[in-house]
Design a protein around this ligand. Structure first.
Ligand SMILES: [Zn+2]
Length: 139
């Protein structure tokens, strides 16, 4: 079978794969694991199915995409120009649900940490991850 991908397409596909591998949640998981933290993923029994649950530290972590979760004032949160109202409603509903989930989790005694996707980009990443350890460790 002939290789239908020319070189350009192939390298594009490769970059897509790499991008997927370094998605924000995986970055956080990898970092915490390397630093000795152990966690469960997407615990269905907890409100909002937190991305990571660190039972030992009574901590749950959400890694939120800036667009889908409506990160206010963030440059990655831009409402599309088409179907604007629909998007607004959808994202607002998600954001409200998020807040309700955080509240419920806190009520149950969990420490809730929210990391935004943009806080893991470029130069901010190091600082964000460093702060994360401090936040988890501080009771
Ligand atoms: Zn953001």
């Amino acid at each position: 079978m002939a290789d239908v991908h020319d070189k350009k397409t192939r390298s594009y596909n490769m970059s897509r794969i790499r991008a997927k591998d370094t998605k924000p949640e995986l970055l956080v998981r990898k970092f915490l694991f390397e630093n000795g933290f152990r966690y469960r993923l997407h615990q269905k029994k907890l409100p909002g199915k937190p991305d990571l649950t660190l039972r030992k530290h009574n901590t749950v972590i959400f890694v939120n995409g800036c667009f889908w979760h409506g990160h206010q004032g963030c440059k990655y949160f831009v409402i599309p120009k088409t179907r604007t109202e629909w998007w607004k409603d959808k994202i607002q509903a998600t954001a409200e649900k998020d807040l309700k989930n955080y509240e419920e989790l806190r009520r149950q005694g969990w420490k809730v940490i929210v990391i935004w996707e943009c806080e893991l980009k470029g130069e901010k990443r190091r600082e964000t991850l460093k702060n994360l350890i401090t936040k988890i460790a501080n009771e």
